[in-house]
Design a protein around this ligand. Structure first.
Ligand code: APR
Ligand code: PHB
Length: 411
C-alpha cells in the first residue's frame, strides 16, 4: 500500500500525530503491535499539561476529557510537619488536568477509527527500510499473518522505548544519555475516594510518596521502593500502612479501599539523539524516557507529535502549491515560503530535543528533590532546603509551576 506517512505505534505519540495529520488532509497508516483492548487498558500516567488539553480539544478529542477530566490548579508539596500548596493559576495562570492516559488513548483510537484512516492492531515483524532514500517503507505481518508493505514519504517511529525504530538508526550516527535511579515506584489503583483535592508530592525519611487520583471514587497512589523490591513482599496492609505514614499530616487521614491494580516501575532518564535519521523521525518514548515525578512522559510524547505534525504539514503545503504560470514561464514560489516546510522538517529534531532536555532536567530535578537516596544527612538537608525555598520564594515556585503546567511547544 502507499501512504504519505507511515506511523509505527498507537500510543499517545502515534495516535496524536495521526489525528493532526488527518485534520490537515494528510494520509497516514498506523501499525500497532498490541491489540486494541491491550493499548486501551495499559495503566499509565494521568496528568495532562494545559497545552496537551488545548491541543486535544482543538483537534476534536476533548469532549469526554471536558466531561470527566478534573482540572487541578495546583499541587501540594509535603515534608514532615508541613504541607504547602502551590497555586499554579496564581503563579503562572495555567492549570493541569487529571485524565488517565488510558482514557486519552481510548478517545484517540475512537477518533482514528472514525476517520476511516487505517490502523492495524496486532501486527508483528515490523521493520523499516530504505530510510536513507526518498522511498522509505515499512513492512509487517498483519493480524492474519499476511505480509504487508507500506510505501511512504516518511516514517514516524512512535513505537515506545522497546520499539524497532530507534535501533534502525545506525549506532555510529546516534548517541544516548542515560541515568538509572536506584529506586522505583510501587503504584496502586484503589477503589477509594481521593483524600485530597489536588496531588500531594511527599518527601519522607522512609522514601517519597504521592497521592494522585483518577476520578472522585478512584485514587492512584505511589511509594518509592528500592529497585530490588518484589511486589509479593508488599501486601495490601503493608502498602496502606506505609502510604499513611509517608503521606501523614496532622488532622488529615488517608481513605483506604480495595486495591484494583498494583505494580512496580523502575525509574530512568534516557535521551537518544538524533530524533531524525533520513526519512525516519522519532517521537515520544521511542526517543526519550523521563522518570514520572514531573508527570512529563505523556505530555512530551504529545509535544513531539505536535512539532512533527507541524513540520510535515508545512512541507506538504509547500509541495502542494501549484507553480504560478505566467506567459511563457513558471514563476518560482517566494523563497521564504518555499524553504519553510523543509526547514521545519530539518529542524524538527533540534526543536524537539531542546524541549526534551528541558523536561528531562525538570523531571530529574523533581525526582532528586523528593526521593531518598542513601542515608547522607547532607543530601537530605539540601532536599529540605530546596522544598522550603519553593514554599517561601515566589520566583522558585513560579519556576516549578511553569515547567509543571507545560512550556510552549516551540520552547
Ligand atoms: N510495531 C508496532 N508497534 C509497536 C512496536 C512494533 N515493533 N513496538 C512497540 N509498539 C507500540 C507499543 O505497543 C505501544 O502501543 O508502540 C506504542 C508506543 O506507545 P507508548 O509506549 O505509549 O509511547 P508514546 O506514544 O511515545 O507515549 C509515551 O507512554 O510509556 C508512556 O510514560 C510514557 O506517558 C508516556 C507515554
Ligand atoms: C498519576 O496520576 O499517575 C501521576 C500523577 C503525577 C505524577 C506521576 C503520575 O507525577
Amino acid at each position: 500500500m502507499r501512504t504519505q506517512v507511515a506511523i509505527i505505534g498507537a500510543g499517545p505519540a502515534g495516535l496524536v500525530l495521526g489525528q493532526l495529520l488527518t485534520n490537515a488532509g494528510i494520509e497516514s497508516v498506523i501499525v500497532e503491535l498490541r491489540s486494541r483492548d491491550y493499548v486501551e487498558a495499559r495503566l499509565r500516567a494521568g496528568v495532562l499539561e494545559q497545552g496537551t488539553v488545548e491541543l486535544l480539544r482543538d483537534n476534536g478529542i476533548g469532549r469526554r476529557l471536558d466531561q470527566e477530566g478534573l482540572r487541578h490548579d495546583g499541587i501540594y508539596l509535603q515534608w514532615p510537619g508541613t504541607r504547602e500548596h502551590l497555586d499554579f493559576r496564581d503563579l503562572c495562570g495555567r492549570s493541569v488536568w487529571i485524565y488517565g492516559q488510558t482514557e486519552v488513548v481510548k478517545d484517540l483510537v475512537a477518533a482514528r477509527l472514525g476517520t476511516g484512516q487505517p490502523l492495524y492492531f496486532e501486527v508483528s515483524d515490523t521493520a523499516v527500510h530504505d530510510i536513507e532514500t526518498d522511498r522509505p517503507a515499512v513492512t509487517f505481518l498483519d493480524a492474519d499473518g499476511h505480509a504487508q508493505r507500506i510505501e511512504c514519504d516518511l516514517i514516524a517511529g512512535c513505537d515506545g522505548f522497546h520499539g524497532v525504530s530507534r535501533p534502525a538508526i545506525p549506532q555510529a550516527s546516534s548517541r544516548t544519555a542515560q541515568r538509572d535511579y536506584p529506586y522505583g515506584w510501587l503504584g496502586i489503583l484503589a477503589q477509594a475516594p481521593p483524600s485530597t483535592d489536588e496531588l500531594i508530592y511527599a518527601w519522607h525519611p522512609n522514601g517519597f510518596a504521592m497521592h494522585s487520583m483518577r476520578s472522585p471514587s478512584i485514587s492512584r497512589l505511589y511509594l518509592q521502593v528500592g529497585v530490588e523490591e518484589r511486589l509479593q513482599d508488599w501486601d495490601d496492609d503493608r502498602i496502606w500502612t506505609e502510604l499513611s505514614t509517608r503521606l501523614g499530616h496532622a488532622g488529615w487521614e488517608l481513605a483506604t479501599g480495595p486495591i484494583l491494580d498494583k505494580g512496580i516501575t523502575p525509574m530512568r532518564s534516557f535521551v537518544s539523539e538524533p530524533m531524525r535519521y533520513g526519512k525516519l523521525f522519532l517521537a515520544g518514548d521511542a526517543a526519550h524516557i523521563v522518570p514520572p515525578t514531573g508527570a512529563k512522559g505523556l505530555n512530551l510524547a504529545v509535544a513531539d507529535a505536535k512539532l512533527l505534525a507541524d513540520a510535515i504539514i508545512a512541507s506538504r503545503a509547500k509541495r502542494a502549491r501549484t507553480p504560478i504560470r505566467t506567459a511563457g514561464s513558471v514563476r518560482a514560489e517566494p523563497a521564504t515560503l518555499a524553504g519553510r516546510g523543509q526547514n521545519l522538517l530539518d529542524s524538527y529534531a533540534e526543536t524537539a530535543l531542546r524541549r526534551v532536555w528541558r523536561c528531562t532536567h525538570f523531571s530529574w530535578w523533581m525526582t532528586s528533590m523528593l526521593h531518598i537516596e542513601g542515608s547522607d544527612p547532607f543530601a537530605r538537608e539540601l532536599q529540605l532546603a530546596q522544598l522550603r525555598y519553593l514554599s517561601s520564594s515566589r520566583a522558585a515556585a513560579q519556576s516549578l509551576a511553569e515547567n509543571y503546567t507545560g512550556l510552549p511547544y516551540g520552547w
